[in-house]
Design a protein around this ligand. Sequence first.
Ligand code: CP
Ligand code: NVA
Length: 303
Amino acid sequence: MKHYLQFKDFSAEEYGYLFARAALIKHKFKTYEKHHTLLDRTLAMIFEKASTRTRVSFEAGMYQMGGSVVHLTTGDSQLGRSEPIEDSAKVISRMTDIVMIRTFEQTKIERFAAHSRVPVINGLTNEFHPCQVLADIFTYIEHRGSIAGKTVAWVGDGNNMANTWLQAADLLGFTVHVSTPGGYEVDQSIAGVRGQHSYRVFANPLQACEGADLVTTDVWTSMGYEAENATRMQAFASWRVTNVMMAAAATDALFMHCLPAHRGEEVDADVIDGPQSVVWDEAENRMHVQKALMEYLLLGKLE
Ligand code: CP
Ligand code: NVA
């Protein structure tokens, strides 16, 4: 049994399969062709943080595959009343076929997975957001072909998305140019990447964008860090993706943002709403890649 707790849980070869499968699943969705490979399977979704895209994409995706969904939050379950994670994992995984969790520390999802009878998917932790980067790379491939050998500029916080991009670059053979304010750097030991060959650090965000094939950013304050908001607003003021940064990137560079976005903070409106932005494809693709992911975790490779 496999879990998907961080990007490096799968090999490059498995990603090749998933991207091809997601393309097929997306085509069937677009042409109203049934794809009921998870008939009668049940997905449990546990949210300890807010969500729009993750909830809708997993829930709609599971129904489209013939399955059903149970939605739990901290506030309306015993999870918020200190039932041990291990006990919750044992119970929930006896009644459902697959579990998606959005929570705080990565250790919480690891503890759940260690006591689960069924596959567990990371729907975002403080450390990682693998489903998002899965969708982002699928989106890149749709628009530009293989990401191998390309350069991705990360402008902003050294957060869960940044850590996941580092893992993806290490695995799939591209380079990340990382620019964060001082004190918000990526921690190589969290990403667990083998060295700095797949990423380069830039003090200046404009330099990080020079020649990049993809420019991407994220909120200045991630969920769980709201108490730091005022300090972060000051520290991140120069880490806003602007048209000047996009002009420094490759002429056919794409812009991505996992959303939700704050126009005028981490990105200017004319960038996220401009011609190089693929953020709506990126959001939609969450559903297609996660359908491929759930199918793979439950049934293995098909065809
Ligand atoms: N990008 C993302 O995970 O969005 P939600 O927080 O809306 O799920
Ligand atoms: N880094 C953000 C991503 C939200 C989808 C957060 O963790 O809040």
